[in-house]
Structures are given as structure tokens and as C-alpha cells.
Design a protein around this ligand. Structure first.
Ligand code: 13P
Ligand code: SF4
Length: 331
């Protein structure tokens, strides 16, 4: 198909010959274009299986910064691909579906956030990586779910802090560190859907099961969790821990790699508070193997960014990467 036809179809609703072996085609395209596929754990299993690197938000940012591939194909959501472009601007960064956003990032519009920070002079602004480049540019330090606590703990006790955009992660860090950070009122639609009542019933039925949860979950779920961590930390916990059964309170895509890493263990996706598959992130799941193939073949849609915004957004990400390196070395 010609590129112009593909553009007319908005890239997305294009029929692909069903007899095409997409796995083989994607491998060919990787070599031909010197491309690397970076995927988040929340991507569908087929995408994880063709990826060169699968990770949490921190691991993916670190990989994107260092790669010498010419094309970065980002199988994740927009803020992740944008972060890759901010960190490694000479590379072509592709996102299989440009509409793959994030409810948490959307809950923090830049103009409103600017007036919020103006109302809190003297506060250091720490933003969770799940935000737009504009919000990053208004922040002092970026963090992810795997380094947020370490970063906050490394700051002087009397440092006034604004934490955005996730109020659940912010409140969790406040409880862990005894701080009183001012929180932006944002949340992730996927991590707020878990039903405390259904999880409690599951725990009663399976008293041997350990509840593991992502810190984007609400306080009530975190209070009864046996372990709390980023997606990579949850995966490692299941792999290394002696227990045989886990209730997993994060997006269901993680179960694919978790089951591979711990084949003999029983994993139960924590149930949502209704009957749909709402613990699937609808944004992450906009990417499909077909769209991944098309985006590699046509090198579209591409993440492009204004250079002055990129430089302002890069500063707080660099700060996080530098602090992360030091804190890991020190720990
Ligand atoms: P981590 O990748 O830091 O575990 O965060 C999960 C998430 O919600 C990404 O959108
Ligand atoms: Fe955003 Fe939540 Fe989806 Fe992660 S799981 S991309 S935080 S909406």
C-alpha cells in the first residue's frame, strides 16, 4: 500500500494480508531499519514477544537514552515515546498508535498545573513520568514508581514539595516517608478500578495468596497489600519469592512476563469493581502487532517535538536519571 493511502486511512484501519507472518516481517524490518522495539509490560503478549527490551517506565527511559539503534519503536503510550525523543533526539521515535495516551497524564493540563504551582511558591515540583512534556518542563525532578520514594527521601526533610500528577502514588510516598507533599488530584483509571471487596473475598478464599500492588492503586488496596512496587519490582518479587500464589493488582498485561518468569506459580489478576476487563489499559491496548508492523514499514507515526520544549523537559528527567544512578550506587 502507498503511504498516501495509509495516511488517508489514518494509519490504523488498514487491512493486512492475514497470511503475512508478522513476527518474521517485523524481525526483517528491525534489521533493515536498524530499529529497536521497546515495550512496556502492559502491551499485548504478541508485542512483548517481538520486543528487544521490555521494562517499566524507568527501565524504558534508561534504555531509550542509551540505545544506538537508528529507530526507536516505542510500544507503550505517548508520554513514554515522548520521553524517548526528549532523551535521544537524533533518533526517529515511532509510536504504533499516536492516540495511545494516558488517563493520568490527561488529568494534569499544563495551564492549570502552572497556576497550581504558582500558588505554592518555594515548593520543589516532583512529577511522575506519566505526564506530558509540558508538565515535565514545569517540574524540577521527574520520578517513576520505582524511584519515587528514594528520590523524595534523598531531599532535606524541610523541603516543601508538590507531587504530581498521581495522588495515589503521592499519598503512598507521603505515608512511607512521613512527608506532607502537596498533591495534584490526578489518578490512573486502571489502577483505581480494583475492587477492595472482591480482592478481600479472593484473599479469604486463598489465604496463602500474596497480594502485590502497584502504588498507583488506591490507599485501601495498598493497605492490605503484602508488597508494593513498580511493574519491574512486582515481577522480580514474584520470580524471587518463595510463595506460590499471587493476586496481582496492576494492569493485566504484566501477567504474560510474570508467568514466563515464574512458570510454576499461580497468578490471579486482581478483579475490577465491575464485570468488564477494566484492568486492561485501553490506551496501552491501542497498539497491536498489525500497527507495530505498519509503523515500522512506513516509519509513521513519528514523535516530533519543539526543540525548546524538549530542552526544558529534559532537565528534570536528567536530574532523575542522575539521582537514580547515585541512589542505586549508594543503596
Ligand atoms: P511503571 O512502569 O513505573 O511500573 O508504571 C506503570 C504505569 O502505569 C505505566 O503507565
Ligand atoms: Fe496511564 Fe494508567 Fe494506562 Fe499506565 S495504566 S498508561 S498510568 S492510564
Amino acid at each position: 500500500m502507498e503511504l498516501s493511502k495509509l495516511k488517508e486511512a489514518g494509519f490504523y484501519d488498514v487491512a493486512i494480508d492475514p497470511s503475512l507472518d508478522l513476527f518474521a516481517e517485523i524481525e526483517k524490518l528491525k534489521k533493515e531499519k536498524k530499529a529497536i522495539i521497546l515495550a512496556h509490560y502492559y502491551q499485548e503478549p504478541d508485542i512483548q514477544d517481538v520486543a528487544d527490551f521490555i521494562g517499566d517506565s524507568l527501565g524504558l527511559a534508561q534504555k531509550a537514552e542509551k540505545t544506538d539503534a537508528e529507530v526507536i519503536v516505542f510500544a507503550g503510550v505517548h508520554f513514554m515515546a515522548e520521553t524517548a525523543k526528549i532523551l535521544n533526539p537524533s533518533k526517529k521515535v515511532l509510536l504504533p498508535d499516536l492516540r495511545a495516551g494516558c488517563s493520568l497524564s490527561d488529568s494534569c493540563p499544563p495551564a492549570l498545573f502552572k497556576s497550581f504551582t504558582d500558588k505554592h511558591p518555594g515548593h520543589l515540583v516532583i512529577s511522575y513520568i506519566n505526564c506530558s512534556a509540558e508538565i515535565k518542563a514545569l517540574s524540577d525532578i521527574i520520578c517513576t514508581s520505582s524511584n519515587a520514594q528514594l528520590i523524595v527521601e534523598s531531599l532535606p526533610k524541610d523541603q516543601k514539595i508538590i507531587f504530581a500528577p498521581d495522588k495515589n502514588l503521592g499519598a503512598y510516598i507521603n505515608r512511607q516517608t512521613g512527608r506532607d507533599m502537596v498533591l495534584w488530584n490526578g489518578a490512573c483509571m486502571v489502577h483505581e478500578i480494583f475492587s477492595l471487596e472482591k480482592i478481600t473475598k479472593l484473599k479469604t478464599r486463598h489465604p496463602q495468596a500474596k497480594l502485590i500492588a502497584h502504588p498507583e492503586c488506591e490507599e485501601a488496596v495498598l493497605q492490605i497489600a503484602d508488597f508494593i512496587g513498580s511493574t519491574t519490582q512486582l515481577l522480580k518479587f514474584v520470580e524471587k519469592n518463595e510463595f506460590g500464589m499471587f493476586i496481582v493488582a496492576t494492569e493485566a498485561g504484566i501477567l504474560h512476563k510474570m508467568q514466563e518468569a515464574a512458570p510454576g506459580k499461580t497468578l490471579i489478576a486482581a478483579p475490577p469493581n465491575n464485570s468488564c476487563a477494566c484492568n486492561d489499559c485501553p490506551h496501552m491496548k491501542l497498539n497491536t502487532l498489525e500497527k507495530l508492523y505498519l509503523c515500522m514499514k512506513y516509519e509513521q507515526p513519528e514523535i516530533l517535538m519543539d526543540e525548546s520544549l524538549r530542552l526544558r523537559a529534559k532537565k528534570p528527567i536528567d536530574k532523575m536519571l542522575e539521582m537514580s544512578r547515585k541512589l542505586v550506587l549508594a543503596g
